[in-house]
Design a protein around this ligand. Structure first.
Ligand code: G3D
Ligand code: MG
Length: 207
């Protein structure tokens, strides 16, 4: 994400959550500095400001430690959160159930009601990584995200693939009321000649 001028602009707080080891810190620093960093388990949090285009608020991104003992602290960040990013290790099927439970638990918080969600299906560079469609089913996203603007984005914190797209989608969801985003997607799909069934599939996994 580039730099656009120096005038102070509105900032929106985005929270990155996910299990320890899912790649939160790696992808944040890849996005911010285009650098691969050697990470250690995050104790406390990392916070970075990301510049966006002039028409969007700048993003203050909080990467909060994901180890079990840190998770009770996540909720202290919920009240000012304008957007939520949940990172999943798409390769580690063994921990998907744990990730599902954490995600569902987070989404039950009243203070996060209606807050848009982007799921980053990370580690897509690894052979055997689950597709966004498979994760969508395993994490039961359609049900748990009902009434919320959401999107699942494949990415890799190591190569940088999909990261900008994921954050751009976050900005889009934050700026656009839910009904409007649904209509936009339907319109785009129709104009590309997709059938109703294909459209339903995308709405199911790509919102
Ligand atoms: P966390 O902040 O969510 O706890 P980290 O996770 O960013 O510390 O990353 C945990 C491990 O996953 C790190 O490896 C990191 O290099 C690796 N990782 C993060 N993103 C990706 C990715 O997209 N692809 C691959 N292949 N690996 C990734 P180590 O070995 O240091 O534990
Ligand atoms: Mg970390």
């Amino acid at each position: 994400m580039g730099m656009y001028g120096s005038k102070p602009r509105k900032q929106a707080q985005v929270l990155i959550l996910g299990l320890d080891g899912s790649g939160k810190t790696t992808l944040l620093y890849k996005l911010k500095y285009n650098q691969s960093v050697v990470t250690v388990p995050t104790v406390g949090f990392n916070v970075e400001m990301l510049e966006t285009d002039r028409s969007s608020p700048g993003l203050t991104v909080w990467d909060v430690g994901g180890q079990k003992k840190m998770r009770p602290h996540w909720r202290h960040h919920y009240s000012d959160t304008a957007g939520l990013i949940f990172v999943v290790d798409s390769w580690d099927e063994k921990r998907l159930e744990e990730a599902r439970k954490e995600l569902h638990r987070i989404l039950r918080y009243e203070s996060l009601r209606g807050v848009p969600l982007v799921i980053l299906a990370n580690k897509q560079d690894l052979l055997g990584a689950l597709s966004p469609e498979a994760l969508c089913l395993k994490l039961d996203l359609r049900r748990v995200c009902e009434g919320r603007a959401w999107f699942i984005q494949p990415c890799s914190g190591t190569t940088g693939m999909g990261l900008e797209e994921g954050f751009r989608r976050m900005i889009y969801l934050m700026k656009t009321p839910l009904r409007q985003t649904q209509e936009d997607i339907k319109f785009k799909m129709r104009s590309k000649g997709f059938s109703f069934t294909a459209m339903k599939k995308v709405m199911l996994c790509g919102r």
